[in-house]
Design a protein around this ligand. Structure first.
Ligand SMILES: [Cu+2]
Length: 122
């Protein structure tokens, strides 16, 4: 009696292929909440720091209790301009394709204290 083993030498190679995005690009997700603090409307927690080339996604929550019920999130340098109603979060997404410090404002009420987007060179 002879058993013949056909040896199938299969080596499982764990190869992970990163397809679709350049190696220096990353996703950067943040949440900003608009609140009223001692009479001033502000976006908290504060400045957002990303790297040039990042895809930036910001979830904006309007939690200001006093009227008006809508505020805006705007980053002029990247063409971001979105109205955010109280109780209805909105998400904005853009490519941070230039480095620098850019104001994040409420385009509906410019007197608000905004925050900053800081885009670092790679
Ligand atoms: Cu506002």
């Amino acid at each position: 009696m002879h058993r013949l083993w056909i040896g199938c030498g299969i080596v499982a190679l764990g190869v992970v292929l990163a397809v679709g995005s350049p190696p220096d690009a990353a996703a950067a997700d943040f949440t900003l909440v608009n609140i009223e603090f001692e009479g001033s409307k502000v976006w908290v927690p504060g400045p957002i720091v990303v790297k040039k080339g990042d895809t930036v996604k910001i979830k904006a929550i309007n939690n200001v209790k006093s009227d008006p019920a809508e505020h805006g999130i705007a980053i002029e340098a990247f063409g971001v301009k979105q109205v955010v109603n109280r109780g209805k979060p909105e998400t904005v997404e853009f490519q941070a394709d230039k480095a620098g410090i850019f104001p994040i404002t409420c385009h509906l009420h410019p007197a608000h204290i905004g925050t900053q987007l800081i885009v670092q060179e790679q």
